[in-house]
Design a binder for this molecule. Structure first.
Ligand SMILES: N[C@@H](CCC(=O)N[C@@H](CS)C(=O)NCC(=O)O)C(=O)O
Length: 374
């Protein structure tokens, strides 16, 4: 038995004794014992840390590593976020880049991803059944999805809210002006529920016409079946370019809800959720520290301890996740920082030209904030 393991066992035994003396919530305490083992091994400094067993964990990381590709639940119908380009035959977008970032971190290859398209209703069973490893597809973080549906969310990658599109020549300028009219909405979404709640609260009658997916909802509105078309504002902007005459439509200024969109994993696989979360935080931190896919190599071997930690040149931050220590370097190098991802798909050089708004870093008045990589 080597010195590190002996040390670990002593610490574990001490903690177990303490637990018996003041035990409450055994499950939580067992997790702490495992974490202490990990710290002792890392601090003892005797070569590579041994594999860590995560109490209450799942096996998604091992599954992805064995398979050699990440299966990412996505969208193929939302330009800018996740869209199957008919010419390229490839699904690309802002959400897809976060799938690529997870693959870069876990497999060192941003292309080792299979994006599996899902609809508003199929997305949750697809993740629950294990058909995909993670769902990254304009999905709103809500309490019931987090709890009763059995998921865990990662950090919000796009802060959104629900909007309403109408025809520019309709004379409709506010949500209330739709009184007595019809609204096209997709089923299985937060959108459908918010629509009913907002109009009930205003005591205004509208008729909602419900469709199963993005294409059928947009086509119904485009063909004149409804006076209004509602979904996340990002979804409206994305859908607008697919309408027959995009310029004939406007998005009303009112925002009907909060729609924090981000990645989600199956509840219970805490380590996998940590991985997805810290990959997203890596993109925020990289933007904050001015690291991009273009310049990250120049930062290697530098003096700044925060950046050396982030890039995995010092510390064991990656190993503690079950990854290589350079996981964040791989994300930045192969996919980019948050601003690069945003601008590539939604920025000034795209048809959307979406202002960052709440999706700015906290240092620029937005909500993006990565905890310390320490
Ligand atoms: N963020 C909302 C709405 C998400 C949503 O599914 N939006 C629609 C309209 S933009 C969509 O992506 N549909 C694509 C499809 O079902 O094919 C939610 O999580 O419920």
């Amino acid at each position: 038995m080597n010195k590190n393991r002996t040390l670990s066992l002593i610490v574990m035994a001490l903690l177990a004794t303490l637990l018996i003396a003041c035990s409450s919530g055994a499950q939580v305490e067992v997790t702490r014992v495992v974490e202490v083992t990990r710290v002792v091994e890392a601090e003892a400094g005797g070569g590579a840390p041994e594999a860590v067993t995560f109490a209450g964990g799942g096996d998604t990381l091992a599954t992805v590593q064995e398979r050699g590709t990440l299966k990412c639940g996505g969208n193929d119908a939302l330009p800018g976020f996740g869209y199957l380009d008919p010419d390229a035959g490839e699904i690309t977008g802002f959400d897809v880049d976060f799938c690529r970032a997870v693959a870069a971190a876990v497999l060192g290859d941003a292309d080792a991803v299979e994006v599996i398209p899902t609809s508003g209703t199929s997305r949750f069973p697809t993740l629950q059944s294990g058909e995909v490893d993670v769902l990254i597809r304009n999905t709103t973080w809500t309490i019931s999805r987090d709890t009763s549906l059995g998921f865990d969310f990662g950090p919000t990658t796009f802060f959104d809210g629900q909007g309403m599109m109408v025809r520019a020549d309709s004379g409709i300028e506010t949500l209330a002006d739709l009184a007595g009219g019809t609204v096209c909405v997709q089923t299985g979404t937060t959108t459908e529920k918010n629509l009913a709640d907002v109009y009930r609260a205003m005591d205004v009658q509208i008729e909602s016409k419900v469709y199963p997916d993005a294409d059928s909802t947009r086509e119904a509105y485009d063909s004149g079946a409804c006076d209004g078309f509602t979904t996340d504002r990002s979804g409206l902007v994305a859908s607008q370019i697919l309408l027959t005459n995009p310029d004939d439509h406007i998005i009303l200024p009112e925002t009907m809800s909060k729609e924090p969109l981000g990645p989600l994993t199956r509840h219970g696989d805490n380590n996998w959720n940590d991985i997805v979360s810290w990959v997203v935080y890596c993109t925020f931190a990289a933007e904050e520290y001015g690291l991009s896919s273009e310049n990250v190599d120049d930062a290697l071997g530098g003096e700044d301890p925060v950046i050396q930690n982030l890039l995995g040149e010092t510390g064991d931050l990656g190993v503690a996740l079950g990854l290589n220590n350079d996981f964040c370097y791989q994300v930045i190098k192969l996919v980019g920082n948050y601003a690069e991802i945003y601008n590539r798909h939604l920025g000034p050089d795209t048809p959307f030209n979406l202002p960052r708004g709440l999706n700015e870093l906290y240092t620029n008045g937005g909500l993006l904030y990565a905890p310390p990589f320490r």
